[in-house]
Write a protein that binds this ligand. Structure first.
Ligand code: ATP
Length: 366
């Protein structure tokens, strides 16, 4: 079942509106791959094209090196789980899981044996005779996964499958799905607009914006080395400053703006005189104490406006002289932090990134 998936120059135009610009994407067999992006960016369309529910305007879909363009969804080595799950309400859990096998001519005995095997895999063997409405949301989710895996797909496509669950269950199901994917070795392609979900579950992430994949990379690469301003802003939080580039040196650039003069690592396309953004993560922005000790050489004065406790972390919300909101993500380790009033904050140049204001989409890596 070592079958890689490839989109080659896939495009989708609906009535003159380009939902997917020419896209190349290669997903090796056995990868947990997330497609992450805001609502309407084309995620579902891309997945529907891959699994055969949508015919693209252009380009090709290859699985295991072979074009599957001519095959309808039910003849492709893919399975798809929709947000609604679409379980059959009058069938038992076991019958739901066995359903796809009947259409493939598998004998009843074998169907039951296979369904029970899959129910054991998702830890639902004790619930085989129940109907879907007698299960919890998380259990229904697992039935949908077992049903999709029954037909032994090379690729399982999941379209925001956890969005209907409450936060706690969603977090639990993240690790369940991830572990199931690793145990079965089936390629999972997982659509989400939730960056936390994508970062925790994926081997690699495609970050999509307005019909284009702007970056493909590991969670670490996407988070620590965003290729575009969109990726930097969409994946995780950023404190953002704007200004004109007044110095460019090796991998660093300095910007001069209303909030102050700051230095950060730069993307290769930053040029002297450009309007640029400087972004730094809240967890890389710190406090500078009265003696001037503390985070980094970039410094500014800000007023503390409030604090938000997030269990192990504390978000200190501040505002600089220009009215810009700057958040510090501090460890909740018992340290005493300023409650209100002016304070000096700072960050290291190597923790900040400078990019041109104009978004220049980066071609997706194959
Ligand atoms: P969401 O997270 O909200 O589901 P998405 O990223 O999955 O969004 P798509 O469903 O792929 O986005 O839609 C991408 C764009 O294409 C949207 O602007 C949508 O309105 C448009 N679109 C999708 N399907 C059709 C269709 N059948 N006819 C016309 N436009 C469509």
């Amino acid at each position: 079942m070592e079958r890689a998936s490839r989109l080659a120059g896939v495009t989708m135009v609906f009535d003159g509106f380009t939902a997917v610009h020419p896209t190349d994407l290669h997903i090796p067999a056995g990868e947990f791959h997330s497609i992450l992006g805001p609502s309407g960016c084309g995620k579902t369309t891309l997945l529907r094209i891959l699994s055969g529910f949508q015919r693209p305007s252009g380009g090709h879909v290859l699985i295991g090196g072979e074009a599957v363009d001519h095959l309808p969804a039910n003849r492709r080595p893919t399975a798809m789980i929709f947000q609604s799950l679409a379980l059959f309400p009058r069938m038992s859990v076991r019958e739901n899981v066995a359903f796809g096998l009947e259409a493939r001519g598998v004998s009843k005995r074998e169907r039951i044996a296979r369904a029970d095997e899959l129910l054991a895999l998702v830890a639902l063997e004790a619930h085989a005779d129940k109907r879907p409405d007698q299960l919890s949301g998380g259990q229904r989710q697992r039935v949908a996964v077992a049903r999709a895996l029954a037909v032994e797909p090379a690729v399982l496509c999941l379209d925001e499958p956890l969005s209907a669950l409450d936060l706690k269950l969603r977090q639990h199901m993240r690790s369940e799905l991830r572990s199931l994917q690793k145990r079965t070795g089936v390629t999972f392609i997982y659509i989400t607009h939730d960056q936390g979900e994508a970062l925790t579950m994926s081997d690699r992430i495609s970050v999509m914006n307005k019909g284009r994949i702007e970056q493909v990379g590991t969670p670490t690469a996407v988070y620590d080395a965003p290729a575009t301003a969109f990726v930097a802003g969409f994946v995780g939080e950023q404190n953002v400053f704007t200004g004109k580039v007044t110095s460019v040196e090796k991998e660093f650039a300095r910007i001069d703006g209303p909030g102050g003069t700051f230095t950060g690592r730069r993307t290769p396309d930053v040029a002297l005189g450009d309007q640029a953004l400087l972004m730094v993560r809240p967890e890389r922005t710190g406090l500078v104490d009265g003696d001037g000790n503390g985070s980094g050489v970039n410094r500014l004065t800000a007023r503390v406006e409030g604090r938000e406790l997030e269990g192990p972390y504390l978000n200190l919300v501040t505002r600089d002289a220009t009215g810009r909101r700057i958040v510090l993500h501090l460890a909740n380790d018992g340290s005493v932090h300023p409650a209100t009033g002016a304070t000096v904050i700072g960050f290291r140049p190597e923790d900040a990134i400078v990019m041109p204001v104009a978004e220049r989409p980066v071609a997706a890596a194959a």
